[in-house]
Ligand binder design. Sequence first.
Ligand SMILES: Nc1ncnc2c1ncn2[C@@H]1O[C@H](COP(=O)(O)OP(=O)(O)O)[C@@H](O)[C@H]1O
Ligand SMILES: [Mg+2]
Length: 281
Amino acid sequence: MPACPPSSDAPSPAARLEGLGVTYEDTPTPALDGLSLAVRPGEIHALVGESGSGKSTAGLAAIGLLPGEAVRVEGRVLLGDEVLPADAPERFAPLRGRKVAMVFQEPGTALHPAMRIGSQIAEAIHGGARGRAARRDRVAGLLRSVQLEPTPRLLRSFPHHLSGGMQQRVLIAMAMANQPLLLVADEPTTALDPTTQRDILDLIRDLARRERTGVLLVTHDLGIVHHYADELTVLRGGRTLEQGRTKEVLQAPAHPYTRELLAALPRPDFTAAPVAGGDSA
Ligand SMILES: Nc1ncnc2c1ncn2[C@@H]1O[C@H](COP(=O)(O)OP(=O)(O)O)[C@@H](O)[C@H]1O
Ligand SMILES: [Mg+2]
């Protein structure tokens, strides 16, 4: 493993959030207050914090999908050369599914229930693959990239025929179909069983590295952060408490709250890789 380069030498970010602020109606205090962070190509930047700390709000702001209740929105999102004011959702729309993509917690609700898997994936492909044969090959390639065999049976399946893990693989294939600069993944494995969780996170990490996509990974699980994130931002009440390279922050958290979160690390954590043939440790 190569050593982590110091931040100053790191490549320019895939995406940058600058001064994001969100206030919802009927709530005087902002749900998100001045969040700035960079997501580097091929890396995972984790947003962590307890429930209600503003993680999902940040993820939605990063893709221009804040709900109507977000009445005050500040800051901007930089995606490659694009500078997108966070309060201009119409600027994000043409880029979504192309330069920026997302994966959510409940894969079952993110797929179209009445559309076959093969067609859903084909619809996610923009540009390139012209003609039926080229499209079919591209769909097959995308399925293989998420370790699903593109059998006729799978292509003809409807979402409810698939397990949650398979559904999430399909959604990842769709999200990565156009090699986005930024992938926002909001608790993408919370609804899945632990073994599947690890497979899906491995997959996201490997695809991100391969495609040079920066991942903004929303999670409340510091075990996941420890194992997968290159960089992290700790949120509390919408404010940034701590930010930096994961290794450095977790080794020497500056803030007592981060130490508390660390102490609450779920067990068994993600550092314990499964050992084939059973492990009695
Ligand atoms: N659509 C909404 N309308 C009003 N308040 C909201 C809405 N979505 C989130 N909030 C509030 O914003 C705060 C941050 O929520 P959220 O971003 O979902 O946090 P997290 O993902 O960290 O759990 C919470 O206080 C939550 O109640
Ligand atoms: Mg959330």
